[in-house]
Design a protein around this ligand. Structure first.
Ligand SMILES: [Zn+2]
Ligand SMILES: [Zn+2]
Length: 347
């Protein structure tokens, strides 16, 4: 076991990844070893690629990639729920269950979330905490590619649940990347009128195909507020804005677009230390609710997998192509656009 090698991508620093031969990880009695079937690229990975990531990079070089599905090849001696040959999807974290935040049932804020990275590899060791709380069998009807979308959809479900979106409300999604497109679908599923504001005509057309009632290009900056308001009931603006672009300018724009008394959910993370400016008059007199939202919980992860299995969400439009792991440098390259659609990475 110890001498066996595998291909894995490692992050060495901003815009520098290498696919190398490293040892296949050894597992402890309460862990499993998974052979990756499909890994999916994610906006977070592109952020990590460009500038590193405070939560995800612990040591250099760092494994990366966190959306994955595959097959158990080895289960530790204490594992009873999984055996070699099982098709599984693993979350990229699991809450400890006993810290201050877990006791308050805010599992996504757990102090002991250990992030699992290393999906861009042939094999991954799934740590005990995730095996115990956040590893799932994949229904036979699902491909690895579909199952690997469980993680991003779990994050989106967690957000949309907090939003408390009601049928008939107007939701404006800022961002037409994979997350934005998930919000478009969830909004429609909940019976909302959905507006998508994004960059890139191709992605906006996908938003339209997935049910967006109105699409607007963010490039029309000066006029975007008027245009969005015009298509909302009474011309007041959307009831809810979800920012899924992770840009300071669109964080600020969110508070300007939302209607009086509306809710703004800031889902897209900006780089550490970023500051934005809000008009206090607007927030106070117009009673704008602003909240951040982060990550997922095991409940949302399980629910996400069943949404995908029940085909309630169209996942195929979110994945633009497929590449081999050895070609990862062509996916993560210097000129990659902001927030691209997903690429399936096959070892
Ligand atoms: Zn992700
Ligand atoms: Zn905890």
């Amino acid at each position: 076991m110890t001498t066996r090698k595998m291909q894995a991508a490692l992050w060495y620093g901003p815009e520098e990844i290498r696919v190398e031969q490293i040892d296949i990880p050894e597992i402890r009695p309460n862990e499993v070893l998974v052979k990756i079937g499909t890994a999916l690229t994610c906006g977070t990975d592109f952020k990590l690629f460009r500038r590193g990531h405070a939560l995800l990079v612990k040591n250099l070089p760092s494994p990366f990639g966190h959306e994955m599905s595959g097959t158990v090849v080895e289960a530790g001696s204490e594992i009873t729920r999984f055996k070699a040959g099982d098709r599984v999807v693993a979350a990229n974290s699991a809450p400890c269950g006993h810290c201050f935040f877990c006791k308050k049932e805010t599992w996504n804020l757990c102090e002991n979330l250990e992030f699992l990275n290393g999906a861009y590899a042939e094999y991954i060791r799934v740590p005990a905490q995730i095996v115990a709380k956040n590893l799932y069998h994949i229904p036979d009807s699902l491909s690895f590619r579909e199952a690997a979308l469980t993680e991003p959809l779990a994050c989106a479900l967690h957000c949309i649940e907090k939003v408390g979106l009601k049928a008939g409300e107007t939701l404006c999604v800022i961002g037409a990347g994979p997350c934005g497109l998930l919000f478009v679908q969830l909004g429609k599923l909940l019976g909302a009128r959905v507006i998508c504001v994004g960059r890139g005509d191709e992605k906006l057309q996908v938003a339209k195909k997935l049910g967006a009632d109105h699409i607007f290009s963010i490039l029309e900056e000066g006029v975007i507020r008027d245009r969005v308001r015009k298509v909302c009931p009474g011309g007041y603006g959307p009831d809810v804005v979800i920012e899924a672009a992770g840009q300071p300018a669109t964080w600020e724009m969110s508070t300007e677009l939302v209607r009086k008394g509306g809710r703004v959910w800031l889902y897209g993370g900006c780089s550490q230390g970023t500051k934005v400016t809000f008009d206090t008059h607007r927030i106070h007199y117009d009673e704008i609710c602003i909240s951040g939202v982060f990550h997922h919980t095991p409940t949302h992860f399980a629910r996400s997998l069943s949404y995908i299995a029940e085909k309630r969400i169209d996942v195929t439009h979110l994945i633009a192509g497929e590449r081999r792991l050895s070609e990862l440098n062509q996916v993560f390259c210097k000129n990659v656009p902001e927030n691209p659609l997903k690429i399936a990475i096959i070892p």
